[in-house]
Design a protein around this ligand. Structure first.
Ligand SMILES: [Zn+2]
Length: 416
């Protein structure tokens, strides 16, 4: 239920160099210099056009190739900032072709594949980067992250060990390293199982029927939830780690009231705190809830308000019951319900259990209302806008033509 932070590399704008007119024929040098002018004005597409023309005439010029590569990278950077990772990746493929000795576009493309959860592609590109320039700390750190996301914890540790040895103060890396190490110590003897979409790790001693039940719940969720979003299917592998309740607390360090988490991997306990196996229905509800987070992250790149993320996960994993409605009516009557802005607060997961339960319930009621009254298409429009980097309420307003206050009134009226 809590989201982890996703590592991505910061990108700096690269500089481009002018070509001395004596080094190549007049015409490509002019084109190159016009490209430099466009680049410096931030007009990357125009710069790309000039540099491509210069490259056609003087493919042997290292300066022209590097300039073209830099312009591709800068355009990719602008697209990625806008959430357009697929288009950004296409520019970087061109950058790698035109300047194959340059490690920088390989690292950049690896970072974007990682952000898009394309783990196989990320690993391939980052391994190429390290072959080209062994010791590059960004490449090693990102490759460690890609291995970690691919649940290859020992390989991740090798990369991060190296980075931390050379640069012990890398921001945030020590915490991630500790987390991976903790998980590894819990999960080292776990069994593995693989389906078309999922890679599942689970402890010894799980009853065969429960194991089979989990696998089929996940495969069904992949199809059903994908359909409910109108055909959205995140790329494999999606990692799922199952624990006993005790192992779950040890690996995740989350509070006892948390039923499961998605931090880039679905992590769920199979037992309650007393060691009893969860019922099939309860386990299904938790797994479907977490799987919805996978889809939401895939659609929005993680730019999503808490209430929408949790509200979707709740709405698509269980109906609102009579008891839920009664509690909502009580809170709205007392006037202590949350505003949507409050349900976006970064600290929301720190609320005491009762308040957090209300936050989930209200998010559930809000998304339930939006989905049932206005349909999937508007909801998808919000998600796409968020995926393109738009602000929360702005994306909401663009799709629904209403601001938060308006919807808050609608919901409050429903439960009064
Ligand atoms: Zn959740």
């Amino acid at each position: 239920m809590k989201r982890g932070s996703f590592f991505c590399i910061g990108w700096c704008v690269l500089c481009v160099a002018s070509v001395a007119t004596a080094s190549i024929t007049q015409h490509p040098a002019t084109l190159n210099n016009d490209g430099v002018t466009a680049y410096q004005a931030g007009k990357f597409i125009e710069a790309i056009r000039y540099f491509e023309a210069a490259y056609k005439l003087a493919p042997e010029s290292a300066v022209v190739r590097r300039n073209l590569c830099n312009a591709y990278q800068s355009e990719a950077n602008a697209l990625a900032a806008n959430g357009e990772l697929n288009r950004a990746v296409r520019y970087l493929e061109d950058a790698i072709k035109v300047d194959p000795e340059n490690v920088s576009p390989l690292i950049q493309i690896g970072a974007y594949h990682l952000r898009a959860d394309n783990l196989n592609a990320a690993i391939r590109r980052l391994e190429e980067a390290i072959t080209l320039k062994p010791g590059d700390l960004d490449a090693h750190e990102l490759l460690g992250q890609a291995y970690y996301m691919d649940n290859d914890l020992s390989s991740a540790r090798v990369q991060w060990d190296y980075v931390l040895e050379v640069a012990p103060q890398r921001p945030g890396l020590h915490e991630r390293y500790e987390k991976a190490f903790r998980e590894e110590s819990v999960e080292y003897d776990f069994n593995k199982w693989k389906s078309r979409h999922f890679r599942i790790s689970y402890p010894q001693g799980i009853p065969g029927s429960m194991r089979a039940g989990v696998f089929s719940v996940l495969d069904r969720a992949y199809v059903d939830i994908g359909r409910r979003f109108g055909g959205v299917y995140p790329p494999p592998p999606i990692h799922v780690i199952l624990y006993t309740s005790e192992q779950f607390s040890e690996a995740t360090r989350v509070d006892g009231h948390v039923g499961a988490v998605y931090d880039g991997k679905i992590r769920a306990p199979l037992t309650d705190a007393d060691g009893n196996w969860l019922t099939d229905d309860e386990l299904e509800r938790r797994l479907v809830h977490e799987y919805v987070h996978v889809v939401v992250r895939y659609l929005t790149g993680g730019n999503v308000p808490w209430w929408l993320n949790e509200g979707l996960a709740e709405t698509l994993s269980r109906p609102l019951g009579e008891q839920d409605m009664r509690r909502l009516r009580e809170h709205f009557a007392r006037g202590d319900a949350f505003s949507l802005a409050a349900l976006e607060d970064n600290q929301i997961n720190q609320l005491p259990p009762d308040a957090l339960r209300l936050a989930y319930l209200q998010s559930h009621a809000t998304v339930d209302f939006l989905w049932n009254r206005y349909g999937r298409i508007k909801m998808m429009a919000v998600m796409r806008a968020l995926g393109n980097g738009m602000g929360y309420e702005e994306a909401f307003h663009a799709a629904y033509r209403r601001n938060y206050a308006y919807i808050e009134r609608d919901i409050a009226n429903m439960y009064r």
